[in-house]
Design a protein around this ligand. Sequence first.
Ligand SMILES: Nc1ncnc2c1ncn2[C@@H]1O[C@H](COP(=O)(O)OP(=O)(O)OP(=O)(O)O)[C@@H](O)[C@H]1O
Length: 591
Amino acid sequence: MSDQRNSTIRTLRRLWPYVRPHRARMAVVLSATMLAMLCGLGIPLLTQRIVDGPIQHKETAALPWLIIGVLVLGIGEAVLFYIRRKVVARPAAQVEARMRLDLYQRLQRLPVAFHDRWQSGQLLSRGTNDLTTVRRFVAFGMIFLLVNSLVVVVGMGIIASLSPALLVVSLCGALPLIVISYLFEAKFKVIARRAQDQAGDLTTIVEESVLGIRVLKAFGRGPELTNRFLAQARELRSTELNKISILAALWSVLIVLPELSIAGMLGVGAIGIVNGSMTVGTLVAAVAVSAYLRWPIDSIGWLLAETNMSAAALERYWEVIDSPVTITSPASPVPLPVPLRGHVRFEGVRFAFEDGNEVLKGVDLDLRPGETVALVGATGSGKTTLTALVPRLADVTGGRITIDGVDVRDLSLEDLRTVVGTAFEEPVLFSASVTENVGLGVPDVSESAVREALRVARAEEFVDALPWGLATRIGEQGLSLSGGQRQRLALARAVVGRPAVLVLDDPLSALDVHTEAEVEAALRRVLRGVTALVVAHRSSTVQLADRVAMLVDGKITAIGSHRKLLEDNEEYRRLLSSMDSEEIVEEEVAS
Ligand SMILES: Nc1ncnc2c1ncn2[C@@H]1O[C@H](COP(=O)(O)OP(=O)(O)OP(=O)(O)O)[C@@H](O)[C@H]1O
């Protein structure tokens, strides 16, 4: 359990660099809160003076000053709490915003392998729920845990100065409370973490069902997903209820113990007054201090719960922040060769996923400058994986890929991604204008460059016909475009920086005959003059290539022109026939 507590403290301590820039404000917050609580604690002492002075001696001369004193302390407490609230808002919001920015930036830098492994809902819930929990802790939990603990100590000190006997009674209530809180903390942390993870899973289900709404509707799978959602929500609910029942048990102890100690104080105090060892004012003051300490004491359990929830939230946050960014620029990158020819070589390239699944087992392939090579292979043979290695979306686990003789890992990532343009099978558009979508990889891209890329990708005409032309907002929150239009924009995005090398994951697959023809024409122009590796899922893509390379069992087993391979290679013919209908292949062989 002490290990767990140490880990909580370690996790919370890592928050300091975020809080540090706001330390002056946080010091003001802490002092204002402490002073406010001390004002509150001062009032029972003045009450004692009033009871033992003016009331006991029926002498009212000092009464107005004492009343003014109570008023000043009361108003002081209110003003200081107001200051606390006002001052704390900004640093807490800034800590949250800074942490969210760091998380976002980390997510951008983390390799694709990380994103393959993590559910996006888990990442979303870290950036939302968890950081809100942390903000609450910075603004409230952290301050009050410190201040309330101090106030309890000061309050106990006051009771001790009033009457040591009453302190003993008070401590009889407080000590079991500390033990119970200690035991509670460990148990609560585990359950708080479980609740946060389950909330992440629930977010994933919601996100997936929103993104896949068309598929779900088309296949009538809505009810099934609703059931999955319900099951996950039930799990979360039962964890939350469990959390509440632990808290409820703690609270009942927290409420009962101070009541018992006040009852004890009244008993001991009454005996003291009767035998003359205590004044009425002392008892009134001690009971008033005890009553004042009710909230600080009651809140400690709840604040510990908040602290544990924040520690669990932070742990989840650090899990992402601490994930290693494996794909980075080298310390001293090799400058790009000038002039760049775009000669790409795969030399004994191997690639294994983290689970040990080796997909590429020594790929040798030479792409001469300016030529287009189509990559074919059975589904799941590793074509997409191979193309992802060129712009370093993942790194080879053996061998190397060179561009004009330079290992891609020796180039800076910026240079590499300027040299290599990419387009994926699924053209992802962002909720932004056409210009922003096309110019994604080129900072401060000019309108003429975007237009040129659109022209090459044969997209200019339909973009001009959009309601606001280049400024039209497309993507999820904008105008929907057809599959062919999206693909052409993705091609324009790939060529806008005039890359010397293109890697394309079949832009023709998943298109209907009409749109395929449009994109094929676009592709023909895009491929002109660049070195390109194009994954081909159908023979129409293959026919755009100068040569075709066949990937079988993690190696290139044949390379040559489409026609030659069709004539000579039985396996190639079989592969193509599985891509398209057999007649087309037979027709081609016959012609
Ligand atoms: N993150 C991963 N971890 C482990 N194996 C993976 C991972 N991603 C993909 N694979 C496996 O690697 C193999 C190659 O996948 P890849 O997508 O490169 O094939 P492909 O040839 O492009 O397939 P397709 O033609 O269907 O698009 C597949 O068997 C796939 O199941």
